[in-house]
Each structure stands twice: as structure tokens, then as C-alpha cells.
Design a protein around this ligand. Structure first.
Ligand code: ADE
Length: 223
């Protein structure tokens, strides 16, 4: 999997290079390129935004630097996503389908009031939102999408069961989990998890998945 992220603020992406993804990146398990849109501006002051035709607050990213930045990486096989609150809301199924179907993901981050509509019309395959709220730019959403997709790349996570046995993988939330010590601040690890009866443990986990989902996300059960 190769991901190219186009942004005015490449320095915002340091968190993607830490921890699990950082280790996978060092081992070349996936490729991540941060492309500075401003470096493509043909303006002598490297300007990348301008006033909005027809009025409206704020500034819009101009098409030229964005178009040239996208064209510098796009091939027939690329899938180009623009992070936007107008997009389809990201779900685990959407993440899985991108991870399965896409080898080269281009993620375009807008800033200010967003990008010129002609870039969306000319270059974007899909607009993706990370939820019904508005952020100052597409950088945090791009990190959310990249992180969620990269977890499905083989060998990024420790074992392949990590992505199977987790919240949303079967439309249910994960069961509560415990580690040592057996007792902490007067609270004990449930006895069933300690007694070594695997059948009972599996039964407990299934029941807990249903009760956790009922408690925290009953809407998932309605679906
Ligand atoms: N840009 C600003 N807000 C966003 C959101 N909620 N999802 C994706 N991109 C965004």
C-alpha cells in the first residue's frame, strides 16, 4: 500500500510516524509520502488561496497548485480521496473496502474554507468525512483515514487476529479486557477469565459483546 497525502501542513503528520505505524514504516511495510501543495504554486509569492467568487467568508484554496500536486502523483490505478465534512461518513466497512481495493491512495487535505469545486470535479474519486462536525482542515481527518486503512495492511499489526477480533468487525463492540494485577483498587478481574475454561471464556466474551453494544451503542443492534 502506498499513501500520498497532499497538504499545506506536512509537519502536522508527525503522529503517523510514531508507535505501530512508525515501526511498520521503518520496515517499509507501506509507503507514506507527504506532499507540500505550496511547493507546486506558480505564484511568485507561493500563494495558494484566494477570495471566494460570489462572496462568502474566508479564503479558498486555488486550483493550480492542487491540480499540479495531484497530477504529480496520480496514475490510472490511484484512488483519490478528498477529506470533507460533505463526504460519506467513514465506517469500518468503508475502511476495509479501501484497504482491499486500493493499492495507491491519494488523500487531499483542504484548509481554510476548502478547495475550488473544479478540483473535486476533475480529480476526486470520493469525498470522505470522519463525522458530522467541522474541523479547521483535512489533516486530522486524513490521519484518521490513513491509520484506519493501514491497520489492514499485512504485517502492520502483530497478528492478523487483531483486526478480526475487535469492535465493529462483527457490528458489535469489543468485550471488556483486563491485564495484571488480578485485583486493582478493590476491583477484581472476572473469575471466568482466570479459570482457564476456554468454552466458558468464549461464551462470556460473546455475551459481553452484546451487553456492551446494548449499553453504549444500541443503534448498532437496530441495524
Ligand atoms: N474537514 C473539516 N471537517 C472535516 C470532517 N468532519 N471530515 C473530513 N474532513 C473534514
Amino acid at each position: 500500500m502506498k499513501i500520498d497525502i497532499l497538504t499545506l501542513f506536512p509537519e502536522m503528520f508527525e503522529p503517523l510516524k510514531a508507535s505501530i505505524l512508525g515501526r511498520a514504516l521503518e520496515k517499509n511495510i507501506f509507503e507514506l509520502n507527504l506532499i507540500d501543495i505550496r511547493s507546486f504554486s506558480l505564484d511568485k509569492h507561493k500563494k495558494v488561496d484566494d477570495y471566494i467568487f460570489g462572496g462568502g467568508d474566508g479564503m479558498l484554496m486555488t486550483p493550480q497548485p492542487l491540480y499540479d500536486a495531484i497530477m504529480s502523483v496520480k496514475t490510472d490505478k490511484s484512488y483519490c480521496v478528498y477529506m470533507s465534512p460533505k463526504g460519506t461518513v467513514l465506517t469500518q466497512n468503508k475502511v476495509k473496502s479501501i484497504a482491499n481495493d486500493v493499492d495507491h491512495l491519494i488523500i487531499v487535505c483542504g484548509h481554510y474554507e476548502g478547495i475550488d469545486q473544479r478540483i473535486i470535479d476533475l480529480c476526486i474519486d470520493e469525498q470522505v468525512s470522519i463525522g458530522d462536525y467541522v474541523l479547521t482542515g483535512g489533516e486530522l481527518p486524513a490521519m484518521v483515514l490513513a491509520d484506519a486503512v493501514l491497520r489492514y495492511v499485512p504485517n502492520v499489526l502483530h497478528s492478523d487476529t487483531s483486526v478480526v477480533d475487535e469492535s465493529f468487525s462483527d457490528k458489535l463492540l469489543e468485550y471488556p479486557q483486563y491485564t495484571r494485577p488480578r485485583e486493582f483498587m478493590g476491583l477484581s478481574v472476572p473469575e471466568v477469565l482466570i479459570n482457564g475454561n476456554h468454552k466458558e471464556i468464549e461464551k462470556w466474551k460473546s455475551e459481553q459483546k452484546i451487553s456492551e453494544t446494548k449499553k453504549f451503542r444500541p443503534d448498532l443492534l437496530d441495524k
